[in-house]
Structure formats: C-alpha cells, structure tokens
Design a protein around this ligand. Structure first.
Ligand code: PMP
Length: 354
C-alpha cells in the first residue's frame, strides 16, 4: 500500500478471481467457462469490428440493446449492456446502496458482493444459508435497501423457482432486489418477465457462460425504465464506452445465432447430468445443479487434498477454503471427454484414499 491510498480503501479486501494458469495445459474446470468456442458469427463480427478500432465504440450500444431487448421481450430502455455482469452489479451497489440502504445477501454466494459493498462504503449483512444450502427468502423480508440473490446460486448451483422469487419481490416493494442470473440458461427460471410488474426488480445476466464470451466481458441488466435510467447515469459517470467495439459486435453476432447457444446449453446440461450420476455412483454427494458446474463432496475425502491431487494430474477445479465449503469441490462442466477424465481422476481418489 502506498502512503497515498485514501483511508476509505485502506481495509478493502479485493475479490480473488479463479486461477488462469499459464504454466501448463490443464483440463480447466475452475472458472465456469464454456468449453465451446464463441459462435462463428460472433467471431466474424468481432473480426470486422477490429478494422474500425480507430473509432470509439457506440456508447449507447444501440444495435446490441435492440437485440437484447428482442431476446428478453422488453423495451430497449429496459436493458443496459455492461463490461461483464460484474460491472452492472457494481453499478447497482453504487446506485442503490448507502449508509441508510445497506445490502443483504447470503453468506455463501458470489464472493464479489461484499467487495462491491465495501468499495462503495455500503454496510452489508450476510444471511447464512440453511443446513441444506437453501436460501430462505423469508429471512430477507422487510429489509430496506439492496437485496442481492444469485439465482441459481453460486457455488452451490441450487435454483429458486420463479414463483417463489415473484412472491418475494411482491412482498418487498421497499427494497431493490437484484437477481443475478449468471447461470440461468442452464436450467433456471428467469425473473426477466417480471420486470414490467415490479419497479424494484433488476435482473443481471452475462455472456460469459452460456454464450462462450467470458474473455470479451459482456453482461447486462434488465429492469424498469427508471431503474435502468439510474444505472445509465452511473455508467455515464464512470465509463461511457464501457462496452468495447469488438465485444459489442461479437455480442450482436451471438444473439443472431441463438440456436447455437441453445444447443450448447443443452449439451452442457446433458453432460452435467451424466457427470452428476457418475459421481454419485462413486459415493459423492452432488448438490442439485441448474448451472454449468457441480458442487460435490465425498464423505471420506479431504477437499483440499483432493483439489491438490487433481491439480497434479492436470485437472483444475475450484476449491474454497471456507467454513462449510472446505469439503467441497466446484467442478465446471466441460466437454464430455473432459468430464470423463475428471470422473476417472476422482474415482482413483476414492480408490486410493476413501
Ligand atoms: N455472478 C455470478 C454468480 C458469477 O459466478 C459470475 C462469474 N464469476 C458473475 C456474476 C460475473 O460474471 P461476468 O462478469 O463474467 O459476467
């Protein structure tokens, strides 16, 4: 830390992203990336955009917004594209949280939420998940401020049905409710259709997972016009060109190729179910996932040691050295071939150590 760092950031604990190792070729299943390349149309549009990089990108993201609005069945003033969904989440904390409007989210969820709260100086409280890793929404009732729910949740993979989400949003008009749907395309139920009924609902989604564009950094928020206008003001106060021209073009391309996305999601879901079954047969407990990852533990295996052994075998998964999570591994769903290799490696662990 330099002697110049503002006191308000002195105790900031930044987010730790999953490893992006360069030392060797891993079967890389640690950051929930999509195993398939971006849509050919996305690649083609991005390559064309490359030729015009002397120009700033369209700060209004006009074409991309039109495509997103069509996808979501909303008006173009009800969507806001951002630099990954991390950015729209950060904007939401900046826009809707303050000393009088603290943030509330589960204790086991996406690790960036407390960082966003700290960065903006917003008090926050984490509500413990139930024993079975379920979010009990009644525990969030009556909160005045910002409520953030990842649905499906990460790293558990567990989803809340839309009916339950809607009842929760309806009985809490006093709070801004952010529903982080980063993984919704792998079998969750989206709250996007509810944005016309509830002016306190912001849904965030990403192109990083189902659309194979993690490296391009593209996400978006969907909400009523007034919420989106607030977030747009934050965008223009921080980075008007937040979505670069290549990413914007790739985003348009992938949205014109929705069949490609749907097919890849179907394949990943099938592979997930195959993997879950194979791991259960080896004695693993597998939480019910509606995402592109599985959260698993074996009653007789040590989580940290298993993570290390897999790593030595060239298989990279995500391990969280935290209370209640330290027995678990979070395994991204890759190709069928990759998953066969992981299942084999885990079977060997069970044979050797369980
Ligand atoms: N929300 C959740 C629950 C996530 O797991 C992630 C990805 N790590 C994000 C949001 C952010 O994704 P991105 O910024 O790539 O859109």
């Amino acid at each position: 830390m330099s002697r110049f760092l503002s006191a308000k950031h002195a105790s900031l604990a930044p987010y730790t992203p999953g490893e992006q190792p360069r030392d060797m070729q891993y079967i890389k299943l640690n950051t929930n990336e999509n195993p398939f390349p971006p849509s050919p149309r996305a690649q083609q549009y991005a390559a064309e955009a490359l030729k015009k990089l002397q120009l700033y990108s369209d700060p209004e993201c006009t074409l991309l917004k039109e495509k997103l609005a069509a996808l979501c069945g909303v008006d173009k003033d009800e969507v806001l594209p951002t630099n990954g969904s991390d950015e729209i989440l950060n904007f939401a904390f900046m826009a809707f949280g303050d000393q009088d409007h603290p943030a509330l989210f589960p204790d086991i969820t996406y690790g960036f939420y407390p960082v966003f709260a700290q960065l903006s100086g917003i008090p926050y409280r984490e509500i413990p998940l139930k024993e079975d890793f379920i979010i009990d929404l009644t525990e969030y009732d009556g909160h005045e401020g910002l409520i953030v729910i990842a649905n499906p949740n990460a790293p558990t993979g567990i989803a809340i049905p839309r009916d339950e989400m809607e009842a929760f949003i309806r009985r809490n008009p006093q709070a801004v409710i952010v529903v982080d749907e980063a993984y919704v395309d792998f079998g969750g139920e989206s709250c996007v259709p509810l944005i016309h009924q509830y002016d306190n609902l912001l849904v965030t989604q990403t192109f990083s997972k189902s659309r194979s564009m993690a490296g391009a950094r593209l996400g978006f928020g969907v909400g009523c016009k007034a919420l989106i206008a607030d977030l747009n003001a934050i965008k223009y106060a921080t980075n008007p060109y937040n979505v670069n021209a290549m990413t914007m073009a790739a985003g348009v391309g992938v949205l014109e190729d929705e069949d490609y996305t749907r097919q890849n999601c179907r394949t990943i879901i099938e592979t997930r179910e195959w993997t879950a079954q194979a791991l259960r047969e080896c004695g693993f407990e597998v939480l019910p996932s509606r995402t592109n990852f599985l959260f698993v533990r074996h009653p007789a295996l040590d989580g940290a040691a298993t993570y290390q052994h897999l790593r030595q075998k060239g298989v990279l998964v995500r391990y969280f050295a935290k209370p209640r999570l330290s027995d678990f591994l979070r395994i991204t769903i890759g190709t069928q071939e990759q998953m066969q290799a992981v299942v084999q490696a885990l079977r060997e662990e069970v044979e050797a150590y369980a």
